[in-house]
Design a protein around this ligand. Structure first.
Ligand SMILES: [Zn+2]
Ligand SMILES: [Zn+2]
Length: 171
């Protein structure tokens, strides 16, 4: 049994919520932020991954102002101050990450933004795959090797378009 945590933004007690395969901790009735232990976020952030949508409906306290600029301590580690950084390549959504335990704090609505971003990436990915397929079917005598190289390239392009790895993993 894990110890209960307090919200790093409004100090409300966090409530464990089952979302798909993972348990996250939400600030229900407070600022409606969500805490993800290390790796939990990766399991929830794409639109097809079940459970993520459940977290869009957390009740927030009316009129509560969220200070996005303030430093926040990790709800799990206590004394450790979380780092704020962009979560995705498109640099639209910022999250707080604990440098100690690798957990993430998302303010209300940030998860939905991340998921919406991926939705668009998925459409781009499909467009790229279609494009590559057109190229390969148009070439008259595609060698086996050539076909494989093209497939490999397509895979890399789609990986780039789907790039969602947190900043710390970038080289
Ligand atoms: Zn809160
Ligand atoms: Zn931590």
């Amino acid at each position: 049994m894990e110890k209960l945590m307090n919200c790093p933004v409004c100090n409300n007690s966090l409530t464990p919520v089952q979302a798909g395969h993972v348990t996250v901790d939400v600030c229900a009735g407070g600022c409606a932020g969500v805490w993800f232990d290390n790796f939990e976020l990766q399991k929830l952030d794409e639109p097809h991954e079940s459970g993520g949508h459940l977290l869009g409906n957390i009740a927030a306290k009316a009129g509560l102002q969220i200070d996005h600029a303030s430093k926040r301590n990790c709800p799990k580690c206590g004394d450790i101050i979380m780092m704020r950084h962009f979560f995705s390549a498109r640099r639209e959504v910022e999250v707080d990450e604990c440098p100690n335990c690798g957990g993430y704090w998302l303010d209300a609505g940030e998860l939905a933004l991340i998921r919406a971003e991926h939705q668009t990436d998925r459409e781009q990915q499909m467009a790229v795959e279609q494009y590559v397929e057109e190229i390969s079917t148009k070439s008259l005598e595609p060698s086996r090797l050539g076909g494989r190289t093209q497939a490999e390239r397509a895979r890399r392009i789609t990986q780039v378009l789907r790039f969602t790895i947190p900043v710390r993993y970038r080289t």
